[in-house]
Design a protein around this ligand. Sequence first.
Ligand code: SPD
Length: 347
Amino acid sequence: MRKLLLAAIFLSAAVLLSSCWKQRQVLHLYCWADYVSPDLIKAFEKQFDCRVVYDTFDSNEQMYAKLKAGASGYDLIVPSHYIVELMVQDQMLMPLNHALMPNLKNLDPTILQMMPDPECAYSVPYMLSYTGLGYNKKKLPQFKPSWNMLEDSAVKGRMTLLDDQVEVIGAALLVLGKDANSVEPEVLEEARKLIMKWRANAAKFENEQYKNGLASGEFHLVMGYSGDVMQAIEENPEELDFVIPEEGSMLSCDVMVVPAQAGNPELAQQFINFLHEGQNAADNTEYCYYRCPNLAAYPLLSEEIKNNKSIFVEDKLLEKSAFTREPTPAGKLLRNELWSKIKAGAQ
Ligand code: SPD
């Protein structure tokens, strides 16, 4: 009898627990790695009595291909600004409801006006990212802040390139003094020849683990996303540094979008709103080392971040840099072919 009673209590507790569990909402986030402060995620889960499941991708192409293949379990995705138009055309995204996001008033208008969707009809700016060079000061005493370091024989086998055609082709075009978004066949061919010299030195093309390789000393030079490299520098500031090369850099703004099939679009937009609350946006910038384009956050940032020239880039470098544009379909095809050739090592 006692055993029966215990079993009944146990069963009712399990039923009660599982019904509570079921009621807890889940936000399925699909995002680049190390891109949202874990403390903010915890705070959001507490405030909205929900769970955030964080799945990662390491390139826009990977994210787009997965969605195109039918992945439908996400509520919020963080692609780069230039792929949003394509996603809208493909009816992959849901129009946003601004009434759920009063903190959009905090968005920096200078950045908004550069965006392809300045009204935030489908996308809300999240973080600005620049591409540059992370390097080991001790191993490369002759380092110069130029993309040409990628062809220096001193870095052979100790250097990595991003597996990101927009960034690599863009950097080569900047070195050649051309439009970084060019789709001219002859100009792209010149870029390919230069990238093949870089490729000869590269240990790999990769977008996520290179920062650990830089921190551990395996790599002496990496082409990387600004904030990711700064996260590595945090582990070894004596030896590591990051620069935006003197030829300029590719700029992009990663944005938050809600997929058309989202199961929980309201929670997704509450999360966007939460991340754009001034203090949260400042805390997130301090964590990621990327600049969140949020006016209410800027005065709340530490002096270290405010004075970090890789987060708040100097005008003279910005003028030389290029904001990535999505090419025409024909231009994209050409660039894809070029990139495949580069990756395959074909001459
Ligand atoms: N770990 C965060 C990486 C963010 C990278 N942004 C990608 C920009 C691509 N153009």
